[in-house]
Design a protein around this ligand. Structure first.
Ligand code: MSP
Length: 539
């Protein structure tokens, strides 16, 4: 193993336990996994934090509806998340539950520090609150329903007027307006994509109110150390999970066992928080202000991705159109499922998804291009070289007229640049362009004709070697998106574990495939699918 380039840390939101994972939450999680897997192959020491957001009124209410204690309800949901992520091959490094003692320590330490620094004060609050979104709204932002009730502008459910006289702790968010605007100015990459940045800048320019960070009328939360009758309000609890996931408040002095050593110092600040566009504001306004107040550096980029839409509507469980990830994985396989969402939905934009389109992408890009390429070249290797990687003569087409090599050599820079910017569509497109080129190269070179002519044996060996070598490189670059298929292609080429790669640029240098390796044919990687035979709709 070569020396790591440094740390690279990424998070998904900490998901509410109320709903089991659906395509929307799986989307963020798969994207984060592709980054985590790639940056490991690229030599970084990666942390990938996900988890469950377990506190707050909504969870307490749901538990009560089910006749369970809140903790019992949360515990019962953990397997739904862990299993879903296991089934989708998510390689997270930490799964934070906000009810864990280590997270409670984080929340208490964090707010104690802000209290000590004078950023908190106690005041009374009267205002509108949506339990479903766990968010306060200004009256001017609310809408009215047919009965004339105020409803939440996001989920359209009636909002509650928080009792006047309830004392809350407030964080002096309004002190941070100028500092936040300076942050957005100095670090334009802090909020991506650009459209989200513009929304946030104009929101902050309109002025910020102080933020209520605690509640005393219910107790399903982390008690604040300086006022134990108050529990941290959901976002003041959940955001801190990002710190917990890399070992914050784990030192003996904080009451922890110290087992994670200096991990927090090494990993903070992180490279990315991946969030949906609906929660970008919490991550781009409240969170950096909290970090500034705590004297901690700020995450490099908050990336607010778009929504998955079916027939133009946001998919969500409450609208009854939430498919389970396992349903789709059952039809397409986990890898093709991951591939579709990462390649066909531009990360950052909303994306309409449909079964028809998914089958089309599957058949064109996976069955016909990538899967077919692997089959035909491994078949020819068997036929012409007894299933052994042939040695390409140094002076033959291997080096001279080899259009694959120049393309493969240019791939790292293009792919790595796209992955650094989390433009998955572009990264995958660059790899698929090579796959399409290899298919064309095989057509142009017509190995079946070369095989008829003894004098062309060297050329035939070169064509097969070049094609196999390109397949090896394509498999390596597709591995972050399709981990199982790439592992299988490496196995069929007689190579070691693709995820043992920790310097992908070096590993993909042309000529890395050893001549003489035994090549296996195997079943088609992506058997063609017929959309009419699929009895399931995304709506
Ligand atoms: N608990 C908070 C996050 C706290 S992070 C410190 C939360 N949880 S959530 O379970 O509601 O998270 C949902 C995440 O899934 C959000 O990022 C949201 O944008 C995303 N999605 C939910 N439905 C979606 C789609 N239809 N499409 C894409 N993502 C969407 O918010």
């Amino acid at each position: 193993m070569s020396q790591p380039k440094g740390t690279y840390s990424i998070t998904t939101p900490i998901y509410y336990v109320n709903a089991a994972p659906h395509l929307g939450t799986a989307y963020t999680t798969i994207a984060a996994d592709a980054v985590a897997r790639y940056q490991r192959m690229n030599g970084y020491d990666v942390a990938f934090v996900t988890g469950m957001d377990e506190h707050g009124q909504k969870v307490a209410d749901t538990a009560a509806d089910k006749g369970m204690a809140p903790q019992e309800w949360c515990d019962s949901m953990e397997p739904a998340f862990r299993d879903a992520w296991k089934d989708l091959d998510i390689s997270y490094t930490d799964f934070v539950r906000t009810t864990e003692p280590r997270h409670q320590r984080s929340v208490r330490k964090f707010w104690q520090e802000l209290h000590d620094k004078g950023y908190l004060y106690k005041g009374s609050y009267e205002g509108w609150y949506c339990v479903h979104e766990e968010t306060y709204y200004a009256e001017s932002d609310l809408e009215k329903n047919d009965d004339g009730e105020f409803v939440c502008p996001d989920c359209k459910r009636p909002v509650q007027l928080m009792a006047s006289g309830e004392e809350n702790w407030f964080f002096k968010l309004s002190d941070f307006q100028d500092k936040l605007l300076a942050l957005y100015e100095e670090r334009p990459e802090f909020i991506r994509p650009e459209t989200r940045r513009n929304e946030i800048v104009s929101f902050v320019e309109r002025g910020l109110k102080d933020l209520s960070i605690s509640r005393s009328t219910f107790d399903w939360g982390v008690p604040l150390p300086f006022d134990e009758d108050h529990v941290a309000y959901v976002w003041a609890d959940a955001l801190i999970a990002y710190l917990t996931g890399i070992g914050y408040a784990n030192a003996a002095a904080d009451g922890g066992d110290g087992a994670r050593g200096d991990e927090f110092e090494r990993r903070w600040p992180m490279q990315y928080h991946f969030v949906g566009k609906d929660i970008t504001r919490f991550h781009c306004v409240i969170w950096p202000a909290m970090l500034m107040a705590a004297g901690l550096p700020i995450t490099h980029t908050v990336f607010g991705h778009g929504f998955l839409l079916t027939k133009g509507e946001k998919m969500s469980k409450s609208k009854g159109n939430a498919l389970r990830p396992a349903d789709l994985a059952g039809i397409f396989g986990v890898d093709a499922y991951r591939y579709y969402f990462m390649s066909d939905v531009q990360f950052g934009a909303d994306g309409s998804i449909s079964m028809e389109r998914m089958v089309q992408v599957y058949n064109n890009e996976l069955a016909n291009t990538w899967g077919n390429l692997v089959s035909r070249v491994t078949n020819m290797t068997k036929k012409y070289f007894g299933s052994k990687v042939p040695a390409a003569p140094a002076d033959a087409a291997a080096t001279k007229d080899n259009p694959l090599r120049s393309m493969a050599d240019a791939l790292y820079v293009e792919y790595d640049g796209a992955m650094a910017l989390v433009d998955f569509t572009k990264a995958i497109g660059a790899v698929q362009a090579l796959a399409a080129r290899v298919n064309l190269y095989v057509e142009e070179s017509a190995p079946w004709n070369l095989a008829k002519d003894e004098a062309k044996a060297g050329e035939l060996a070169a064509v097969i070697y070049n094609s196999l070598e390109a397949i090896r490189i394509i498999a390596a670059y597709l591995a972050p998106f399709m981990p199982n298929t790439s592992a299988e292609v490496f196995r069929r080429l007689g190579l070691n574990d693709v995820f043992a790669i920790d310097d992908i640029a070096a590993a993909c240098a042309w000529g890395g495939l050893p001549a003489g390796n035994a090549v296996e044919i195997g079943d088609p990687l992506f058997p063609r699918l017929d959309v009419d035979a699929i009895d399931m709709d995304m709506e």
